[in-house]
Design a protein around this ligand. Structure first.
Ligand code: ARG
Ligand code: ZN
Length: 881
């Protein structure tokens, strides 16, 4: 059944309070739910219809009297009176058989929950929709020896022992919340604790719960939590509203983490950090996710979503907030630019293909079959870009005022994206946003990545420069109205200096940077008093999520690479120089030959004493295959793969002395610190080592592979150890297998490191089918299991969704593996299977023979009778292409 946004109706009843009792048992947990049900007088009277999935109902009582009920699929119909009443329901569920990891499930001998989006209905019967907000009191009873820790949302009000070796804990959450924010944990855990006093003078207890033995890996998460609290109070005046804030780690989890009120539950991969077992990228990710979940306490929990079509209201906004936090934490302007570069690289490789593919949807979707399929790059990352557009249009101050008004109006409510937009506009009545709010809101309703073209004309006699911008968005449908696109820009003179901007028809201020508002299909902007032919630097900081055709020449791009005042656009110039060469090779069908001009430019970046190592590592990295594919009407994944591999080979050989210099010059002395500066040096040293080993493999030179092998053995932190291992594996060097074996033996006991070991092998660039053969073998490895989402993703999503050069084979072997594994995984965990199913999103643009073979695999999968709703929706939409 397809659910439509415009069909929203308020419920017939509200639930004001819930008293839950859970008698926890892995095979049969007994749940008693006592609810204060209120008639919603705005709706016509009708039956009370509750959600319930995989539950056994025992009895239903209204005001103390048993009443009859009717079960109809996943709905429970109760003839309820046309007034307020007390409803009591008793039911059971089976946590140990819950491999879908939605609702109440067991992991590592403990109980955990995941209720977003619709998991609460797998615990008990309820109005499981985000606009029904209730105050929860939760009584947990369980075996004391097996489950010494009993947690739920809010404050602990009572605990004690019971007969038969059991104990209990009673929790009360004073804040009304939707059921998706409910959480329970019962397990044998230990906690890192910290008491903090916030500005208001209130004391709070912060706790990070993990399994015994992992406590020393929680320091970074705790530090990140404290930093997040300080930041949110300073930047948005949003304090922690709870006495106690808990984070719990669990190894079996469907995504990164979950913002349950006062009781965040985290995938251990998004929580645990130690220099010996996690990389710089992991440290960065943990900081960002801890912040993200903490920030949800206001953007998501205090103000929540009216319905799931509004998901980006909380996710786009919270990603925007965690990005701002990460940028502030990174510190220097250059480190901030590197953050932005990584965001954009991610957007282009994940979200742009999604927005062009069979699952394309707007930031606020209009319909869905399975809401779990809409926790997407579009809702999260493009949603965050859209929130960023407000800040670009309003400025930091105006944006903060909009936020303040949003909370003033909507604290404690379940609202819509329209409410957010309105608060932003009303707080800034004289802004460009307020006067164009309807046009701006097309960012929520129109799918597709707008394509912007820029062409400049310099009139030497008149000393004017006219920039003509056009936009189109074929994916938004015929006749879709233009979108409001802020184009941050500057003009760079021939000698590399920034030119003052005098925009005809506007107060001439001579600023060096401005934001043009592109709001029509075509618009021209004329700058006066331009004394020489300028190079336009457009879309600085990636000021809008669009595809830009800037029409610049190589020479102009080299000027920007060297001189642009905007670090993001210097990086962009490097990417465009590389992209043009890769596309030329792919489209001409000829072997890629990198020219001296390009290689010299890359060498100059590498050797430039003014640039930070982290920036260099980003500028020297080639564009991802998925982004290259998005520039092409017909995609031959093997042609892209060959061009990218050839480019790396040539960069490795032509800059061999420079890489050797870079490797030596960027070693980090002293103990490990996860700072942006040290991480940048390690990133560049790792890139250099990868290219040195690659070059050595081509030259049959044993020195660098030998050094890398030694580094795998001797490194004192995971960033350097894994960097060296990756260098050997990616180059298919002789010592790669020995290094992999050594690494596995050393870390066999650490699941998160074993995940890395699988991941690396699955995402290695293909060479003669070796990667495919290895992935098939790894499916049989004793450490492999489909039951653990991290492990399944480490091998399968990395290979099918993220390694196109290995996955797309002329013999269709990758597609056969994909269909088999999606089906096998679907029987265990539909949410994770649906993610894997999305490897075929872009099948219809593939060249033959890939296209027909992919279609064939999709058809075969779709013919299976037992597919989940999750996978069914993905496959059906794919076949509609
Ligand atoms: N709200 C969580 C977060 O972004 C993610 C929940 C994802 N839920 C799901 N069913 N996929 O922090
Ligand atoms: Zn989130």
């Amino acid at each position: 059944p397809v659910i439509h946004r415009l069909d929203y109706q308020a419920p017939t009843y509200w639930i004001a309070t819930v008293d839950l009792t859970l008698d926890l048992d892995p095979a049969k947990t007994l749940i008693t739910s006592k609810m204060a049900v209120k008639r919603n007088a705005t709706q016509a009277h009708g039956a009370l219809v509750l959600h319930g999935e995989e539950l056994t109902p025992l009895r239903v009582m209204i005001d103390g009297e048993p009443v009859s009920f009717r079960q109809d699929g996943n709905l429970l119909h109760i003839d309820a009176p046309d007034r307020d009443f007390e409803l009591v329901i008793r039911n059971t569920c089976c946590p140990e058989k819950n491999t879908a990891l939605s609702g109440l499930y067991t992991s590592g001998g403990g109980f955990f929950t995941q209720c977003e989006a619709e998991g609460f209905r797998r615990i008990t019967y309820f109005l499981d929709r985000p606009d029904v907000m209730a105050v929860y009191t939760v009584l947990l009873r369980a075996d004391k020896a097996k489950y010494p820790i009993l947690l739920s949302n809010g404050n602990l009000v009572e605990q004690g022992d019971l007969d038969g070796g059991k104990h209990f804990a009673k929790w009360h959450d004073p804040f009304p919340k939707p059921s998706y924010l409910f959480a329970v944990v019962a397990a044998d855990l230990v906690a890192r604790e910290q008491r903090v006093v916030t500005r208001s003078g209130k004391e709070h207890l912060l706790q990070v719960y993990v399994r015994r033995g992992d406590l020393d890996k929680t320091e970074h998460a705790m530090n990140s939590l404290i930093a997040s609290m300080i930041w949110d109070e300073a930047r948005f005046k949003l304090p922690l509203d709870l006495e106690r804030f808990m984070i719990v780690g669990v190894s079996d989890f469907n995504m990164g983490a979950m913002e349950n009120k006062g009781l965040n539950i985290f995938n251990t991969s998004a929580l645990l950090c130690s220099p010996a077992t996690q990389t710089d990228a992991d440290f960065q990710r943990v900081e960002a996710i801890v912040a993200h979940e903490y920030f949800h306490n206001w953007t998501g929990n205090r103000v929540t979503c009216r319905d799931w079509f509004q998901l980006s209201l909380k996710e786009g906004l919270t990603v925007f907030r965690d990005r701002e936090f990460s940028m502030d934490m990174a510190g220097s302007p250059s480190a901030r630019a590197v953050q932005r570069i990584q965001q954009v690289r991610n957007l282009r490789t994940m979200q742009f293909p999604e927005d062009a593919g069979t699952m394309a949807h707007s930031v606020r979707p209009d319909s869905y079959t399975e809401i779990n399929n809409f926790y997407t790059a579009t809702v999260y990352e493009k949603g965050a870009e859209v929130v960023g557009l407000y800040q670009t249009l309003l400025g930091r101050e105006g944006f903060a005022q909009g936020m303040a008004l949003y909370f003033e109006r909507h604290d404690g409510q379940a609202v819509t994206c329209d409410d957010f937009a309105q608060a932003m506009a009303d707080a800034n009545p004289d802004s460009a946003l307020a006067s164009r709010l309807d046009a701006f809101k097309r960012w929520y309703s129109q799918p597709g990545t707008p394509q912007v073209t820029a062409r400049g004309h310099y009139d030497a006699a008149a000393q004017t420069y006219t920039l003509t911008l056009t936009q189109r968005n074929p994916k938004a449908g015929e006749g879709a109205a233009p979108q409001l696109i802020p184009v941050r820009m500057g003009l760079v003179g021939a000698e590399g200096h920034a030119l003052p901007l005098n925009l005809a028809g506007q107060a001439s201020v001579g600023a060096l940077e401005t934001v043009l508002l592109l709001e029509q299909a075509e618009q021209s902007f004329t700058f006066t008093e331009v004394s020489s032919q300028p190079v336009p630097s457009l879309l600085r900081g990636f000021s809008a999520p669009v595809l830009l055709d800037d029409g610049l020449t190589d020479a102009e791009r080299l000027t920007l690479l060297r001189h642009d005042a905007d670090a993001f656009n210097r990086w962009e110039a490097s990417q465009r120089l590389a992209l043009r060469r890769l596309l030329d090779a792919v489209q001409s069908g000829q072997a890629l030959e990198l020219d001296i001009g390009f290689l010299d430019a890359m060498r100059a970046v590498l050797r430039d004493p003014q640039l930070d190592p982290a920036f260099k590592a980003e500028a020297l990295r080639l564009p991802e295959a998925a982004y290259i594919a998005e520039q092409l009407p017909v995609v031959d994944p093997q042609a892209i793969h060959n061009a990218v591999e050839a480019a790396w080979d040539q960069l490795a050989l032509a800059l061999r002395d420079d890489w050797a210099w870079a490797f030596e010059a960027h070693q980090v002395e002293g103990g490990y610190r996860p700072t942006a500066e040290d991480a940048g040096r390690r990133a560049l040293a790792n890139l250099a080592l990868a290219l040195l080993v690659r070059g050595s493999a081509m030259l049959a030179d044993p020195v660098w592979p030998g050094k890398a092998y030694q580094q795998v053995k001797d490194a004192t932190n995971m960033t350097e150890r894994f960097g060296a291992l990756s260098a050997l594996v990616q180059a298919h060097a002789g010592l790669a297998d020995a290094a992999l074996t050594h690494f596995h033996e050393q870390f066999a006991h650490d699941a998160l490191v074993v995940d890395k070991w699988f991941m690396l092998q699955a995402r290695t660039a293909e060479r003669d089918g070796k990667v495919f053969e290895r992935v098939k073998k790894l499916l049989q490895h004793p450490d492999f299991t489909l039951k653990n989402p991290n492990r399944a993703r480490s091998l399968l999503v990395q290979f099918c969704n993220l390694n196109p050069g290995a996955f797309h084979r002329t013999d269709a072997g990758g597609y056969v593996l994909w269909a088999d594994q999606v089906a096998a995984l679907d029987a265990i965990n539909p949410q994770v299977a649906a993610r894997l199913a999305r490897a075929m999103d872009r099948w219809s643009t593939l060249a033959e023979p890939f296209r027909s073979a992919a279609q064939e695999a999709l058809k075969r999968l779709s013919e299976r009778p037992t597919l989940s709703n999750d996978v069914r929706e993905i496959v059906t939409k794919a076949l509609e292409a």
